[in-house]
Design a protein around this ligand. Structure first.
Ligand code: ADP
Ligand code: MG
Length: 495
């Protein structure tokens, strides 16, 4: 009983009340406006130069490539104009040597070569005709999903800020990545134009907007995966900093007639000052020992990369607690069956290692309805090297898991709810559509339900508003989304 009480007390530290939630939403709206006004706020609010959102009637065939880390994906997407599409794709691992080469052209010519191979395999007629009679066939528009930090200055223009995820090609930093790719495509004489540089959240927004039923377009694309981020449709007139940005570019280099632009919020760094975010001892320790203390504070409480680590720190605190009655993962006599269990934690257990627990562990425990939490005990043994955990231990873990997961979902609702309220779409539109992607939102049991519960508690949304919000998974966001952005880029170019 003492253990259960102690676990309950710790779980309560993760509670994010209705008042907290509403304060969070208000502060998020404030930071949204700040980010639209100037560069360098907590929420960056980066203009994407995407000025229209699809409604499902779009048609045509487009190419998309995705350089995200380990793999390079090439695909062609045919939009049928009725919310459906077909997709053909190939995937290759990027050779380690090319990630660390001195010469940027080596990486980009490898990428262009993969595009050539893809065309030869899947669009050979087009490819051959172009070779024989250049100018006879139309160019494919290509959307380039590039998941590294770039400073975008046009729909297909963006300078690489820095490499992440194991890449380090000094020469490419500061260069326009679309131009680097186009140069190598041209060297191979391929009928391909790099038309759009794409962030994965914007791809998610576009993909959902195309596939969702009805004529209405989607408002938000949100990722809850390794990290978290969101993009949404903003009125151009609200993006106050656009005037300065345009001036630097010598005038607006995008279609202004729609009066809209998709904004990449970079909401992972919402409230880095911790004015409204919850902050437990476990959050503080995680941040302190991370490689970027003090930044991405919202992401550190919400996304897949971190939830396992928050849980691990809470479990460890419970294990090391000097409250001897609350013995956790230690030998104990079970009230269950009056048997003494001898729990063994292997010395190199992941419980003792930073980042030792993957967030998929939380999903399994949250889902577990088995007798005496048998499944939880099994994963404890398999993933954490903890043998013969008592049922009381498993119950305590489940309480902590639930607390960490539910808090993440309620914080996700802060971001989504703030965008819904700030854009006033509930007032102007019949309903609001949100596209989501990422393993956390896809697999964590009840993640959407907890978001919805929080929506009902949010002033300005409430019971009525919540019913008008649709949330849908946007699969293939990076391929389909990039194709759709290539399409809008192409259309915008027409006189
Ligand atoms: P990415 O964000 O890199 O595109 P994903 O959307 O697959 O990739 O997210 C990966 C993250 O999701 C990892 O942090 C991982 O811990 C977490 N994750 C993977 N499987 C699950 C699961 N079943 N439940 C919850 N989180 C998961
Ligand atoms: Mg992803």
């Amino acid at each position: 009983m003492a253990l259960e009480k102690e676990a309950k007390r710790m779980a309560a530290e993760f509670e994010y009340s209705k008042d907290d939630l509403n304060r969070g939403v208000q502060h998020f709206m404030t930071e949204m406006r700040e980010g639209l006004g100037k560069t360098g706020g907590h929420i960056s609010q980066i203009p994407t130069y995407v000025t229209a959102v699809p409604n499902g009637t779009e048609k045509g065939t487009f190419l998309a490539v995705d350089l995200g880390g380990t793999n390079f994906r090439v695909c062609s997407i045919t939009l049928h104009g009725n919310h459906t599409f077909s997709l053909t794709q190939s995937k290759v691992a990027v050779p380690r040597t090319l990630m660390e080469t001195q010469v940027a052209a080596e990486l980009f010519s490898f990428l262009a070569k993969q595009i050539e191979n893809f065309l030869k395999t899947h669009h050979n007629d087009h490819f051959e005709t172009h070779k024989a009679k250049p100018g006879q066939v139309a160019y494919f528009d290509l959307g380039f999903t590039f998941s590294f930090p770039v400073e975008q200055v046009g729909i297909n223009k963006g300078a690489l800020v820095r490499w992440t995820k194991g890449f380090s090609i000094q020469e490419a930093i500061g260069k326009d990545v679309c131009e680097l790719l186009q140069k190598e495509i041209d060297a191979l004489n391929l009928p391909v134009k790099v038309s759009a540089l794409v962030n994965d959240t914007v791809g998610t927004l576009m993909a959902r907007s195309y596939t969702s039923p009805g004529k209405e377009s989607t408002l938000i694309g949100a990722i809850f995966g390794t990290g978290t981020n969101g993009a949404y449709v903003e009125r151009l007139s609200n993006i106050k900093k656009m005037k300065d940005i345009d001036e630097k570019q010598g005038g607006a280099n995008y279609d202004t007639t729609t009066g809209l632009m998709v904004i990449n919020t970079e909401w992972g760094s919402f409230d880095n000052a911790l004015k409204v975010l919850p902050d437990t001892p476990y959050d503080r320790a995680l941040d302190k020992e991370s490689n970027n203390p003090g930044i991405q504070m919202f992401e550190k409480r919400v996304s897949g990369m971190f939830l396992g680590e928050i849980l691990r720190r809470a479990m460890l605190a419970l294990h090391n607690s000097d409250n001897s009655n609350a013995s956790f993962l230690k030998d104990k006599t079970s009230a269950d069956n009056d048997l003494t269990t001898t729990t063994v934690i292997e010395p190199d257990s992941a419980l003792f290692k930073q980042w030792g627990i993957d967030t998929s562990f939380l999903s399994i425990v949250e889902e577990d309805q088995s007798d005496h939490l048998r499944i939880t005990k099994q994963v404890l043994e398999k993933d954490l090297g903890i043998q013969a955990a008592a049922t009381e231990d498993a119950i305590a873990i489940k309480m902590l898991v639930h607390a960490v997961g539910k808090r993440a979902a309620r914080l996700a609702a802060v971001a989504l709810g703030a965008v819904i309220l700030e854009t006033k779409r509930l007032e102007t539109d019949g309903f609001v559509d949100i596209g989501v992607d990422g393993s956390l939102v896809e697999y964590y049991p009840g993640f959407e339900d907890y978001i919805r519960e929080a929506f009902r508690e949010t002033q300005g949304i409430g019971e009525e508003g919540e019913k008008k919000i649709r949330i849908g998974l946007a699969k293939d966001g990076s391929g389909l989304g990039a194709a759709l952005i290539a399409l809008t880029a192409h259309d915008a170019e027409k006189p």
